[in-house]
Design a protein around this ligand. Structure first.
Ligand code: IMP
Length: 413
């Protein structure tokens, strides 16, 4: 039996979709346990076709794995149905491929409206998919789990409650609860057809010796507790958060693999010590095609931050790394690597300050790595040196590295 958790170790967009797709080839089960349609997992098939999944686990792109969506997820019903249709699923047969926990919270128009209101005050730069309000209202015990779709009267009363509560925030015109109920009626058979006992299925699969992949969303630096608060998402993005989101315990995980991009990007607001505002940042954005898969927003770009990465490795428990997008660095003479921070009042430190406001004031200290002309095949010794530096600094082993979007452009260093 084996359970592998795969998590992003930066601010999301590390290329998890590609890595999950690669690993899914050997998996019986692929499960998501946190986040929602704020994620955008891009997979490029070998014929060049691109698929972007926001809610469904990336294992859907493969013919075989059973895909599970756990209690820790937040699911927008209409988006879910459109992704099910795109994946060729039908209500009569969907549950053979896809199971959704009735405990997952639904994202409704009220959550999105509330997010607009909150963003005007907080300016986090969220994906505006209603993620934060859905988790927050869930925590307040005012959420709307998917299972409520099977209880129309209770759902109606619940929608009225939510309407009245959001109205209390002075959110202007709100959709009538009956209208929301009717638009849910139009999709509820799709969601209910795929609703099932995700945690039970997962434990059965584990006991039967099946290979299980837990697919993380976002990245550790966006974790609600351990990321760059308040510029974070509203869920736990670590491996333990992921396991909790599907109903597995920490000791049920056999491997934790972290995905790292060879440089760093961030979408939305918040501190980013190695950000490059000049031509280097533009070069990374252009060569890396750094535009958000969910929102289309340009991503902020900069060099690899080993201090933040070490923190993310520790917090996530990742012992193995997959390094992505090395090709974006091809052709550079030298590549800056951030190995410490200059912190006001503290001098040079090699650990991530926990005080978020202090973190906003740190300056990166760089060491220069030698560049390479082509990372293809990972044979250039300077590519290997770059990988070794990452391993030495973080204490985790790089098991795979990729030099392009296709399934075939990934190898062992
Ligand atoms: P939210 O998750 O929509 O609430 O957004 C909170 C922060 O997380 C914002 O900075 C978003 O840009 C960022 N974020 C959320 N999901 C992703 C993702 O999948 N990739 C990269 N950034 C993300």
């Amino acid at each position: 039996m084996s359970v592998t958790a795969l998590v992003g170790l930066q601010w999301g967009d590390e290329g998890k979709g590609k890595v999950v797709d690669y690993l899914a080839a050997d998996m019986d089960v692929v499960a998501r346990g946190a986040g929602g349609a704020n994620a955008g997992h891009t997979i490029v098939l070998d014929d060049g076709t691109k698929r972007v999944l926001h809610l469904l686990p990336s294992g859907m792109v493969r013919p075989d794995p059973l895909c599970l969506m756990g209690a820790g997820m937040v699911v927008e019903p209409w988006q879910m149905v459109s992704e099910m249709k795109e994946a060729g699923l039908e209500p009569s047969t969907a549950s053979r491929r896809l199971l959704l926990s009735p405990r997952a919270q639904m994202v409704l128009p009220y959550h999105r409206i509330l997010e607009e209101r909150l963003e005007a005050i907080l300016n986090i730069g969220t994906t505006r998919r209603g993620i934060g309000p859905t988790y927050a209202l869930g925590a307040l015990r005012m959420g709307t789990p998917v299972g409520l779709l099977g209880h129309r009267e209770e759902l109606r009363a619940w929608l009225q409650r939510m309407h009245d509560m959001v109205a209390g925030f002075g959110s202007g015109d709100l959709p009538d609860p009956l209208e929301v109920l009717e638009s849910l009626d139009a999709v509820s058979n799709w969601l209910l057809s795929t609703t099932g006992n995700v945690t039970g299925e997962l434990h059965r699969a584990r006991a039967a010796g099946k290979r299980i992949l837990l697919e993380g969303a976002q990245g550790v630096m966006l974790d609600l507790l351990h990321g760059t608060y308040p510029f974070v998402t509203s869920s736990s993005t670590t491996a333990t958060g992921l396991a909790a989101g599907v109903g597995l315990g920490p000791s049920d995980m056999d491997r934790v693999i972290g995905v790292v991009k060879a440089y760093t990007t961030r979408v939305g607001e918040g501190p980013f010590p190695t950000e490059e505002h000049g031509p280097a940042g533009e070069m990374l954005a252009q060569k890396g095609g750094e535009f958000g898969a969910t929102t289309g927003r340009p991503r902020r770009c900069g060099w690899l931050d080993l201090v933040a990465l070490k923190w993310a490795v520790r917090v996530s428990g990742a012992r193995e790394l997959v390094l992505t997008k090395l090709d974006v660095l091809d052709g550079l003479e030298e590549i800056p690597l951030c190995v410490a921070y200059e912190v006001p009042g503290l001098g040079r430190v090699e650990d991530m300050p926990e005080d978020a406001w202090l973190y906003a004031k740190v300056r990166p200290v760089y060491e220069m790595a030698k560049g390479w002309s082509s990372s293809a095949g990972l044979s250039d010794p300077h590519v290997r040196d770059y990988i070794s530096l990452i391993e030495e600094f973080t204490g985790a082993r790089v098991i795979k590295a990729s030099w392009g979007p296709r399934r075939s452009q990934m190898g062992e260093p």
